[in-house]
Design a protein around this ligand. Structure first.
Ligand code: NDP
Ligand code: HSE
Length: 443
């Protein structure tokens, strides 16, 4: 395990954007508090950016450079904080640090979802460690919870709102009636969105976080490709309104749960949850992760899941954990990290049983509802509710149907049959409904 550092602890900070500048701020403003609490002092030896000219306000104050390799190799640097983002160049830099036996703190869920297993293994080989609290849930200490506080539990399910950007957008659409594009612009301005915001709205960012969280919670290797992913790009304001009429709120959920014979169902999709579900009140950039442990029951981890200072809070807490030696010890001893576990046994999405919300655009002519119900019935799908507002005869009208539990594969077949009807204008919108309390035995 990484030997205890000598004081002050030399840091190479790779990246000084939204999160990196927050880390600089905490280390400067809370220097005395951190020293008093932990007995540690930190010295930022290098701040690596792409373009020094963009950082005029830090010129002469921070040791800015563009040479990441030199910063990592510097003998005065004991630990590397990676807050650059990206996977290829960044992956090589992290490998370089690990090969030198230097611990790495990272917020980079894309990299961990893609190469986590190899990087953890490399860290172990070189008797050092990786800390990654900031990669999931921003400032929420969910990684610490899963790797320490919840260790006594067999985890049965983990359900989270883990993408701040999507939650900002859905919250605006729900509470202020904004359109999707306007709400996305706001999320970008607030600094929550990734450099490429399609990662956020497509559900990929949430899937990458789910891969990390599920691997720790269930002690298995989870690849992003194991996860069924749908984003929020196609959620229409009209679906949010209909959902509300039926008593639901639409959220982008990341779900990992034990299903048939201990297989794992892993999915990210817009989901209708009951208006009285605790997750329905999680608004804006807040994240929340519900965890069901066999001994603890339901626990909720809630907090700011993105943004400068919340994420920096997690990075600095990792820095302290590594410098104190608690994180390296846990990394060495616990067999919960993906390089020490086996690949997950994943339940294919088509085999999952779930409830659905359907919005069809149908012509208001005699027999149309019967045809739709027949297509669903043929595929073993039972209706739970049907909703249609009054319309002039013969016009196209939205028809909303909610179903009881049915296999996803059967639903897809039913949708193909429904969309082939001459009275229906495709495509029919299909969102999943989640009855968390019933499904997980929590009242
Ligand atoms: P930013 O784009 O704001 O900052 C990235 C920083 O890295 C910039 O300073 C940039 O330099 C520098 N950088 C990028 N590429 C290189 C390179 N090849 N060489 C040298 N420097 C480089 O990103 P964020 O701070 O938002 O995100 C950083 C990481 O944290 C990402 O992995 C992200 O997913 C993760 N994260 C972000 C959260 C957020 O709320 N923003 C929350 C949780 C995790 P320059 O300034 O010159 O452009
Ligand atoms: N883009 C991410 C989000 C940042 O919106 O949640 C936090 O990981």
């Amino acid at each position: 395990v990484t030997s205890p550092p000598t004081e002050p602890i030399g840091i190479a900070l790779l990246g000084c954007g939204v999160v990196g500048s927050g880390v600089v701020r905490i280390l400067a403003e809370q220097r005395e508090l951190l020293r008093r609490r932990t007995g540690l002092t930190f010295d930022v030896r290098h701040v690596v950016v792409r373009d020094v000219k963009k950082h005029a306000e830090h010129a002469g104050i921070l040791p800015l450079s563009t040479d990441a390799q030199a910063a990592i190799d510097d003998k005065r640097v004991w630990i590397v904080l990676e807050l650059m983002g990206g996977t290829d160049v960044t992956g090589e830099l992290i490998e370089r640090a690990l090969r030198l036996g230097k611990p790495v703190v990272t917020a980079n869920k894309s990299l961990l979802a893609e190469k986590g297993t190899q990087l953890f293994s490399l860290a172990r080989q070189h008797e050092t460690c990786i800390a990654f609290e900031a990669s999931c849930g921003g400032g929420i200490p969910i990684i610490h919870a899963l790797s320490t506080g919840l260790l006594a539990n067999r985890i049965d399910a983990l359900v989270g709102i883990v993408n701040g950007t999507s939650n900002v957008i859905l919250t605006r659409m729900t509470r202020s009636g904004w359109g999707y594009e306007q709400a996305l612009d706001e999320a970008k301005q607030l600094g929550f969105a990734e450099a490429d915001p399609t990662l956020d709205v497509s559900g990929r960012d949430a899937a990458q976080k789910l891969a990390i969280l599920a691997s720790l919670a269930f002690n298995v290797q989870v690849a992003e490709a194991d996860i069924h992913v749908e984003g929020i790009e196609l959620v229409d304001a009209v679906d949010i309104t209909f959902a509300r009429e039926l008593g639901y709120v639409v959220k982008l959920l990341a779900i990992a749960e034990r299903r048939d014979a201990d297989r794992l169902s892993l999915r990210v999709h817009p989901t209708l949850i009951h208006a009285d579900d605790v997750l329905s009140d999680v608004a804006g950039s807040f994240n929340a992760i519900s965890v069901w442990g066999h001994a603890l029951g339901h626990a909720l981890f809630y907090g700011r899941g993105a943004g400068q200072m919340p994420t920096a809070s997690a990075v600095v807490s990792d820095l302290i954990g590594v410098a104190l030696g608690t994180t390296p010890l846990a990394f060495k001893r616990l067999k919960i990290f993906p390089d020490t576990t086996a690949p997950a046994d994943v339940l294919p999405f088509e085999q999952l049983e779930t409830r659905s919300y359907l919005r069809l655009t149908a012509r208001d002519v005699p027999g149309v509802l019967a045809e739709i119900a027949e297509a669903l019935g043929r595929n073993g799908i039972s209706l739970s509710a049907v909703l249609q507002h009054e319309v002039d005869r013969g016009q196209h009208v939205p028809v909303v149907i909610t179903t009881h539990l049915a296999r996803e594969g059967s639903m897809r077949q039913a949708l193909r049959e429904i969309d082939a009807l001459t009275t229906v204008r495709p495509p029919t919108v299909c969102l999943r409904i989640m009855d968390q309390p019933k499904e997980f035995g929590v009242s």
